[in-house]
Design a protein around this ligand. Structure first.
Ligand code: ADE
Ligand code: ZN
Ligand code: ZN
Length: 271
């Protein structure tokens, strides 16, 4: 996701953190403001472009070698290479947030990574190989030449909300939190924590990856890559994508909060 998506995921998560987790995060991040998670949600995207952080670029995705639109699936052994992927990165950095033998600076970075990667693993094209996660599929959106990955990360969320500022993210998060608590996600959201096991972070992250990857076949390229290549996707394509984007951002926020609560409170599974 772009800035709007990541900041919105972080604001949603802030709404569902326990008091204990919220104060833990504010202390470790050294930020007592009302945007303590959102303020660090895109740090990982700046860091990946630094010399020091170049190693982390492949950690933002897992390149599922599935066969959309015929079949969609992610396989950890097949798709996560030796150098790591978003699933192994979530497991690794999850284990580096609380131990007292790890420096505060490293634990702070680990928390920032988990906040970011829980967002990215919900973007269908971050759990899909097809033409480098859709970066190689040229499309236009509102007449502007771009690619399929970019419209899912940024153009479509920004068209929906009308901007990408921190305040836009706060507004969107408020709408989605209301849907989670008593609106269109009230029933479904109780199932969003299924499969979450603090003792098996790889299996937990694979549940999220499989879930997001399934939308590649139903919504991202339901008629195959040829049906979107070179096309203008504002219109019917956008209308079909928006409900998936909204739901994936909502899920990411709910799961991020629950995951951080497990980490900080030393629990195994939610509820
Ligand atoms: N680079 C290679 N695969 C990618 C993906 N799935 N998402 C983003 N960047 C990528
Ligand atoms: Zn992306
Ligand atoms: Zn990212």
């Amino acid at each position: 996701w772009g800035t709007l998506g990541h900041d919105t995921v972080a604001f949603i998560a802030q709404s569902f953190l326990s008091n204990k987790t919220a104060s833990f995060a504010k202390t470790l991040l050294n930020d007592s403001s009302d945007a303590y998670l959102a303020n660090v949600a895109t740090w990982a995207d700046s860091y990946r472009y630094t010399t020091e952080g170049a190693f982390s670029a492949p950690l933002h995705y897992i390149d599922a070698l599935d066969d959309p639109p015929t079949s969609c699936d992610v396989d950890f052994e097949r798709d996560c290479p030796e150098e790591g992927c978003i699933v192994s990165a979530i497991a690794n950095y999850t284990s580096r947030i609380t131990p007292s033998n790890i420096s505060v600076a490293e634990r702070q970075k680990a928390l920032k990574w988990v906040i970011h990667f829980l967002g990215d693993i919900h973007q269908p094209l971050h759990v899909e190989n097809l033409e480098i996660g859709g970066n190689g599929i040229n499309v236009t959106f509102d007449g502007v030449a771009t690619n399929l990955h970019h419209i899912w990360d940024s153009n479509m969320p920004e068209k929906l909300i009308g901007g990408y500022s921190l305040e836009d993210a706060r507004t969107w998060s408020g709408e989605l939190v209301a849907e989670i608590q008593s609106g269109k996600y009230a029933n479904a959201s109780s199932t969003w924590l299924n499969g979450m096991d603090r003792n098996d972070p790889v299996a937990s992250a694979m549940v999220w990856a499989q879930d997001a990857n399934s939308y590649v076949c139903t919504t991202v390229v339901p008629q195959g890559q040829g049906a979107v290549e070179g096309k203008e996707l504002e219109g019917e394509y956008y209308d079909a994508a928006i409900p998936v984007i909204q739901q994936q951002i909502a899920k990411a926020g709910v799961r991020l909060a629950a995951w951080l609560n497990l980490i900080v409170e030393g629990k195994t599974s939610p509820g």
